[in-house]
Write a protein that binds this ligand. Structure first.
Ligand code: ZN
Length: 115
């Protein structure tokens, strides 16, 4: 499952962070999920339950924020919000826009419990 490997890598990032900062655990974490990231929120929540066991994230308050996709047309420079990864510019019909937002899953905010 794709989502579980994402959770595993988030756990690793947070374990490293807590170790580096000399903290104890993560109190709260907010993830940003792009609408074109291919991540399924339900699958992510399910993977989260399994993936954070016995880690610094086990008791963390877990939040998800969706991020709407945003693209900029290479040709007419128009910004728009695509619903798929292969959508032409709505103004000039050009394919090959730059996707600025919405393609990734990233950590937005972490609150740590200090020792
Ligand atoms: Zn265009």
């Amino acid at each position: 499952m794709h989502e579980l490997s994402l959770v595993v890598s988030i756990v690793e990032t947070c374990e490293n962070l807590v170790y580096k900062e000399g903290g104890k655990a993560i109190k709260e974490i907010t993830l940003i999920v792009g609408t074109l990231s291919g991540v399924e929120v339900d699958a992510l929540k399910f993977a989260w339950e399994m993936g954070v066991k016995n880690s610094v994230l086990e008791k963390a308050n877990f939040k998800i924020k969706m991020e709407k996709a945003e693209a900029k047309c290479d040709s007419c420079l128009q910004h728009y919000s695509p619903k798929t990864l292969y959508e032409p510019c709505p103004i000039c019909g050009h394919y090959g826009s730059n996707y600025l937002k919405g393609r990734e899953l990233k950590i937005h905010l972490i609150k740590m419990v200090r020792k």
